[in-house]
Design a protein around this ligand. Structure first.
Ligand SMILES: Nc1ncnc2c1ncn2[C@@H]1O[C@H](COP(=O)(O)OP(=O)(O)OP(=O)(O)O)[C@@H](O)[C@H]1O
Ligand SMILES: [Mg+2]
Length: 359
């Protein structure tokens, strides 16, 4: 506990509590994390978001000490931690599987870390009681994990980590095993606890909606690289590349170009926006499904064939085909007559398109 107290004392609000400086992690020849530089700020809820295998869990394991970098440094509270074994780092992890002790009761599970540290029994009891109240499980204290629901087990796992007062709480797909409804309510629960307890949280998910709901900032990863770091609004509204635009929110992509007069055109010459600065160049034109309106095919030369219409409750998703290119548009549910096989015109506000200059 001594090292934790020391680590905590020198920290100021808003400081980087965890810093990655040019970190690489290889497993043999395979590069799982490439040149990662990232600061986790004290008190923030940072989410690592990316597809399966992109290196999210490895990044958490570099923080909790279960893996060591093959290059670069990881620092916790300004102190390089390569020599610090996991149990000496003021960090606790909640795993997707929860990893509860099946033979211990809920309160014994939560007390475990404090008992190991040989805290006086009265302190252990009061901290466990307080924590069970916070996660709303006081009435389940004497139960064993097998007699709990998934959401309840998840809260026991959280309480067991939080009772140790970690400087950083690491959550690896914490809601992965829960059904959609419980997942949503736990997302708000996690946010509430983050605020109430003034925690620093690094959370891993591959669910973009979850990341948008819970996070102060999102770090989007792909193939071991950090692709973009920003607030939910920044990464959604100003994606810096095609991968981010598609991964967060979904996006349609069309090949096009910008001509010498700054007019943005599709490859077949249809102009969709003017006044773009910069030299003539090839671009990818990105537009989100909710930003496409379907109009009469007489109203615009930009047309497509309707392939399918799916009912999504408050709206309908329309699958469109334009030559070789497939597109999606999300429209109000009672939208005009859209039938598979029909021709429709496509309109969008030039404000709502993004241009990417990549392949
Ligand atoms: N101990 C290891 N030995 C070899 N390769 C590993 C090891 N641990 C992870 N990897 C590889 O590193 C890459 C990143 O793994 P990681 O577990 O960090 O992915 P992830 O983003 O958490 O994926 P998921 O969403 O599926 O959990 C994967 O290709 C994985 O196979
Ligand atoms: Mg993982």
């Amino acid at each position: 506990m001594g090292s934790t107290a020391l680590l905590k004392s020198s920290v100021r609000e808003g400081d980087a509590i965890v810093s990655f400086d040019r970190v690489e992690k290889r497993f043999g020849e395979f590069v799982a994390i490439e040149d990662l530089s990232l600061d986790v700020r004290r008190g923030e809820f940072l989410t690592l978001l990316g597809p399966s295998g992109c290196g999210k869990t490895t990044t958490l394991r570099l923080i909790n000490g279960f893996e060591l970098p093959t290059r670069g440094t990881v620092a916790i509270d300004g102190q390089a931690v390569s020599d610090l074994p996991p149990f000496k780092r003021c960090v606790n992890t909640v795993f997707q599987s929860y990893a509860l002790f099946p033979h211990l009761t809920v309160e014994e599970n939560v007390a475990y870390g404090l008992v190991i540290k040989r805290l006086p029994r009265r302190d252990v009891e009061s901290r466990v009681r307080d924590m069970l109240e916070r996660v709303r499980l006081s009435d389940k204290a004497k139960r064993r994990p097998r007699d709990l629901s998934g959401g309840q087990m998840q809260r026991v796992a959280l309480a067991r980590a939080l009772v140790n007062e970690p400087a950083v709480l690491l959550l690896d797909e914490p809601l992965g095993a829960l059904d959609a409804k419980l997942r949503r309510s736990m997302q708000f629960e996690l946010r509430r606890m983050h605020q109430d307890l003034k925690l620093t949280i690094v959370c891993v998910t591959h669910d973009q909606e979850e990341a948008l709901t819970m996070s102060d900032r999102i770090a989007i990863m792909n193939s071991g690289e950090l692709i973009q770091l920003g607030t939910p609004r920044e990464v959604f509204e100003r994606p810096t590349c095609r991968f981010v635009a598609d991964f967060i929110g979904g996006c349609n992509f069309l090949a096009g170009s910008v001509d010498g007069a700054g007019v943005v055109k599709l490859t077949d010459g249809i102009a969709i926006k003017d006044g773009d600065s910069g030299p003539p160049r090839k671009v990818t034109i990105a537009v989100r499904p909710q930003n496409i309106s379907l109009v009469s095919p007489e109203a615009t030369p930009f047309t497509a064939i309707v392939r399918d219409v799916a009912y999504l409750g408050t709206m309908q998703r329309v699958a469109l085909e334009r030559g070789e290119v497939s597109l999606h548009a999300d429209c109000p549910e009672n939208y005009a007559d859209i039938r598979p096989g029909g021709l429709v015109g496509l309109k969008f506000d030039p404000e709502h398109i993004a241009l990417f200059e990549e392949g």
